[in-house]
Each structure stands twice: as C-alpha cells, then as structure tokens.
Design a protein around this ligand. Structure first.
Ligand SMILES: NC(=O)c1ccc[n+]([C@@H]2O[C@H](COP(=O)([O-])OP(=O)(O)OC[C@H]3O[C@@H](n4cnc5c(N)ncnc54)[C@H](O)[C@@H]3O)[C@@H](O)[C@H]2O)c1
Length: 357
C-alpha cells in the first residue's frame, strides 16, 4: 500500500492507495464504533454492503444510508434528509461518516459531516477515477442549488482517503474518461513528466498505469492543497479548463459529462493562452492530441457564444465582470503574473478562442 501524506497541521491525513485493500481494511484509529456508511444506489451493492459486513463483523456498529445515484441527489434537501436519519439513529459528535462512492457521494457526505452537530469526522473511500484523483482530496464539500452547482459548501478535511484501485474494474469507460480529463489537467498545470507518461500509455494502459497516474495526481493535488488549503491563490490553478468547461456544462444542461466539458475547457483555455502569447502552438497541439487519445472531445460547436460568456460572468470565479483564467505557459506550468495564477482576460479574447485560429 502506498501512503501519501497531506500535511495540514492538526488536519493532516493519509491518502492510502492500493489494489484490493478494502476487503480487509483495518479501520482502527480512523473510525468510531458507531459509524454511518453513506453510499449511492449503484455503489451500495458493488462495495458498500461488503464494507458494512466487514465493519459489523469486526466490532463496529455500522449503518448503511443510501441515496439515489447521480448529481440530482447532491442537494440541500438530500443533505437534510441524511442529517435527519443520522439524528433519528442516535449518531452523535463522536460518530464517523464513511463516504463510499464517486464525487457526488464524497461531496454530499462530506457536507453532512461538516455540519452535523457542528462537524463530525469522515473518511473518504472514492470509487471513481475522478474521485480517486480529485474530489476526495482537499476537503471541499458541497451541494447544488437551482442557482448553481456547489454554491452551498464547506471546507472539511477527511480523516483519511482510502483508494482501492480495484474499484475501477466495475467503472464504465465513460467514467474513466471523466477522470482522465482531470489527470491530463494535472499534467498541464504542474507535471510535464506525467503528461509525457500519459502520451505514451493512455491508449495501451499497461500494468501499473492506473497506480502510477493515481499516485502522481494525488501527490500533485496534496501539494497544492497543503500550500493553499482554502483557495487563496495557488489552488486556483486547479481551475484550468474549468471556467469554460463549467459554462459549457451548464449551457448544455449537464447533458455532456464533466470530463468532456473540462476537456473542451482545456482546449479553449489553451487557445486563449496561445492567443495571449503564453503557450506555443506545438504544446497546444500536444495537449489536444492527448485529450483525443483519452477519448475526449476537442471541438465544440458554440451555438450561442454570448450565452457562454454570460454564464462565465455569473460564475463564482469571475470578479468585477472580468473573466479570470489559470492559463498554461508551457506543458507542466501555469503562467503567473505578480504571483497571481488567475489572470484577467478581456471577453473579446475569450470569444476569439471559440473559433478556429
Ligand atoms: N470536492 C471537490 O474538490 C470536487 C472536485 C471535483 C469534482 N467534484 C464533484 O464530484 C462530482 C462528480 O463525481 P463523479 O464523476 O465521481 O460522479 P458520481 O459520484 O456521480 O459517479 C459517477 C457514476 O459512477 C457510479 N459509480 C461510482 N463508483 C463506481 C464503481 N466503482 N463502479 C461502477 N459505478 C460506479 C456512480 O453511482 C455514478 O452513477 C460532481 O458533483 C463534482 O462537483 C468535487
């Protein structure tokens, strides 16, 4: 088992990565006797019932709480329902929540853990590639409201993140691709070696491929979170591809996947970087070739570009009606100006990036 430490003083925790580590995992020190396993309707049968049996056969009092799979469950109302169930079942401040599932489960269960009785401990057991490398690390929790995604949220670090790579065996290819988009992003923003490794291996996916890219990605995210836990400045580099990506996702009413939207976001944000003279054309082409090799889209038909701009303006990442972007200056490096990583870009330049150069 590989352990990556996230150093955050009293809130430090380990990310444990291994294959088939869940079937006999020792939860001593991580979990109170009374614990709630929060799971969605897909992961329940696949992993959560086994976990419940494991815990209950080793002296724990574990209760499974299921919600319907999908982003539509990541709501304030669902958080309230789970909170009420916890209260009815007599969970108290010393209890632990275990979130087992994808990013939706982690965000929702983490949110509940952060507010239930003013905050209780929680453990993340991510089961999608996206959750392995991104959402389970860093302590961002949240739920959606009709006015926007993740608009109600907290920072609440988990006590541990347990990544069992075996969970990828049941994950549909479409979900694997969602994870690839974030991993390509890590390559672009901070690790040219990871980027080259992906270029060489993303199609063949040889033995050791997933452990390598997951470990590397977790290390990158952990390093960024350690330096900037609450998204002061540095953590904003993680938004690469997400400003335009989120706008496309919202415009399409979430009918395209998050990974596809982020991939498109990276394509057009890299174009902005190229137009501004930061990123050379060869690097832009290499990025897009890798995105394509990962099975993700590299072209989007902007039917209503002004609407996309309007969505971005309303996004919580925009300030004073200017659009802010984390932009690469080369593969593996984000451009900084006066120590700022989110740079203002005028809307004309953004619009220009939507069309072929
Ligand atoms: N907190 C953060 O820092 C952060 C970062 C990125 C994304 N997110 C959030 O993460 C969410 C997306 O996460 P996601 O892509 O994991 O979505 P998800 O949780 O909806 O999982 C995707 C689908 O895969 C199923 N699934 C999960 N594990 C499986 C497995 N091992 N085998 C088969 N099916 C499995 C789920 O039931 C679901 O249907 C979004 O809500 C996003 O806002 C949060």
């Amino acid at each position: 088992m590989k352990i990556i430490k996230v150093n955050l003083g009293k809130r430090s925790y380990d990310i444990m990565i291994g294959k088939d580590i869940l079937s006999n995992f020792d939860f001593t020190k991580l979990c109170s006797k009374k614990c709630a396993i929060i799971t969605d309707s897909n992961t329940r049968k696949l992993y959560s019932e086994n976990l419940e049996n494991l815990l209950n056969s080793t002296g724990y009092d574990a209760k499974l709480l299921e919600f319907p799979a999908g982003e539509k469950s990541k709501t304030w109302e669902m958080a309230g329902k789970i909170g009420r169930k916890l209260a009815k079942e007599g969970f108290d401040r010393s209890s632990t929540i275990i979130a087992i599932g994808g990013g939706v489960t982690g965000d929702l269960a983490g949110f509940v853990a952060s507010v239930y009785q003013r905050g209780i401990g929680f453990v993340q057991i991510p089961t999608t590639l996206l959750a392995h490398v991104d959402s389970s690390i860093g302590g961002k929790t949240g739920v959606d409201i009709p006015e926007g995604k993740n608009l109600l949220g907290t920072f609440h670090q988990p006590k541990a993140v347990i990544i069992d790579i075996k969970t990828l065996e049941t994950l549909p290819e479409k979900e694997i691709r969602n994870g690839f988009a974030e991993i390509i992003k890590y390559g672009m923003i901070s690790d040219k070696k990871l980027f080259s490794y992906l270029e060489a291996n993303i199609t063949s996916r040889p033995d050791g491929f997933y452990p390598h890219i997951i470990e590397r990605s977790c290390r990158i995210k952990a390093d960024i979170v350690e330096k900037d836990e609450r998204e002061g400045e540095l953590r904003k580099i993680l938004n690469y591809g997400h400003t335009i990506g989120h706008a496309i996702e919202a415009y399409e009413n979430f009918k395209i996947s998050h990974g596809e939207a982020v991939a498109l976001g990276m394509v057009y944000e890299a174009k902005i970087a190229n137009i501004l003279g930061f990123l050379d054309k060869d690097s832009l082409k290499r990025q897009n070739k890798l995105i394509k090799a990962a099975g993700l889209p590299t072209e989007y038909n902007f039917k209503n570009p002004d609407k996309i701009i309007e969505i971005m303006r309303k996004d919580k990442k925009s300030k004073d009606s200017r659009l802010y972007f984390a932009l690469p200056e080369q593969i593996g490096k984000i451009k900084k100006e006066n120590n700022k990583t989110a740079l203002p870009v005028d809307e004309k330049t953004v619009l220009k990036s939507f069309y072929k150069i």
